[in-house]
Write a protein that binds this ligand. Structure first.
Ligand code: UDP
Length: 343
């Protein structure tokens, strides 16, 4: 029987991490031929290459080299470059992840070419349309054939919007990736390199547009981090670093380091006393390591982390009583994605 052709579209750091789990599961079956297109949205070695190396992802078959510019221009240029790739590859499925401009560009081109789309991490909502990611998610979900939901809330969100077919509750592929990396991350020497002790520091990341849109918003977050007792390690996204530098935001007192690879990140997570972040992925990874999280935003898509007492909003109420979260699955979400793609 001919193998099904899957064209995976990725471009940003969290997508390499999610796609790695599904790529491994696709390869295990022997029933698929996967090609990967990397849009170039994240292109620095420490935002891109390191994840391909550490997660055993084969190099992408197509690299579009598109980054920067406004959201419209970036998405448009990606669409223009993706169309000939899809025409040449003639995939049975276009596989997209999460909520970036690369996700939306892949989904729109496939929809216009009538190629079925599978969206991994479907149904998440912040209900904040000022977030570029929210627009990307809503539009991608509404043109997708298969929608892989990580949580019960995601399923409910889609049903409320009238999206009722092709829904699959599979759990979270990021948990699959976390389990895959956890043992290897124990060998990372990053705590030693940074002079940190187990449980003796906080870990922070800041990169969302809403937090980096002006000097006073970014300065308020940085002030909050600087007021925390003990070292705060801040692997700084290049976009945030550029803005902080340009605005003269004072980062002194924080342990500011370049973005870290996936294994170093899991080592930092495992030893942290608390995580403070505006990242979607890190909110859950904090829970996977059973480290409490403070989300540096006004809302979160991962509401179950708040309900289960492992997360709170920085200007919101205190932690609720703690319990485990079942819905992220057992580390085999990617196998469920692949089973649905096989039909
Ligand atoms: N991450 C990493 N190194 C870093 C910062 C983040 O490996 O310096 C990982 C993190 O562990 C998570 C993913 O990147 O798996 C999250 O990416 P990001 O915060 O860029 O995006 P989001 O999850 O908010 O979409």
């Amino acid at each position: 029987m001919a193998r099904l052709r899957v064209l995976t579209v990725v471009g940003a750091r969290p997508q390499f991490i999610k796609a790695a789990a599904v790529s491994r599961a696709l390869a295990r079956t022997g029933s698929f031929r996967e090609s990967m297109v990397h849009t170039g949205q994240h292109f620095d070695p420490d935002m891109s290459d390191v994840f391909f190396e550490e997660l055993d992802l084969p190099p992408p078959s197509h690299f579009l080299g598109i980054h920067g510019g406004g959201h419209g221009a970036m998405t448009g240029r990606m669409m223009e470059a993706l169309e000939p790739v899809m025409l040449a590859e003639r995939p049975d499925w276009v596989l997209v992840y999460g909520d970036t401009n690369s996700t939306l560009a892949g989904a729109l081109v496939a929809a216009k070419r009538q190629i079925p789309i599978a969206h991994v991490e479907a149904g998440l909502r912040s209900f904040n349309r000022a977030m570029p990611e929210e627009i990307n998610r809503v539009l991608t979900d509404h043109v997708s054939t298969l929608l892989f939901c990580p949580t019960a809330a995601a399923l409910d969100n889609l049903r409320r919007e009238g999206v009722t077919s092709g829904l699959h509750a599979v759990g979270d592929v990021m948990y699959d990736s976390c389990l895959h990396a956890r043992a290897r991350s124990a060998r990372s020497d990053i705590l030693c390199r940074l002079g940190l002790s187990e449980g003796g520091y906080r870990l922070a990341t800041v990169h969302r547009a809403e937090n980096t849109r002006d000097a006073s918003t970014l300065a308020a977050i940085v002030d909050y981090l600087r007021r925390q007792p003990g070292p705060v390690v801040l692997p700084l996204h290049p976009g945030t670093r550029e803005k902080a530098g340009g605005w003269g935001v004072d980062l002194s007192g924080l342990t500011v380091i370049p973005p870290v690879g996936y294994l170093d990140m899991h080592r930092l997570l495992a030893g942290a006393a608390q995580v403070m972040t505006d990242s979607g992925g890190l909110q859950k990874e904090a829970y996977f390591h059973r480290v409490p999280c403070v989300t540096l935003r006004g809302e979160t898509e991962w509401t179950e982390t708040i309900a289960a007492g492992w997360n709170r909003l920085w200007r919101g109420p205190d932690y609720l009583p703690r319990r485990d979260i079942d819905e992220y699955g057992d580390g085999r979400a990617a196998d469920k994605v692949v089973a649905a793609l096989a039909g």
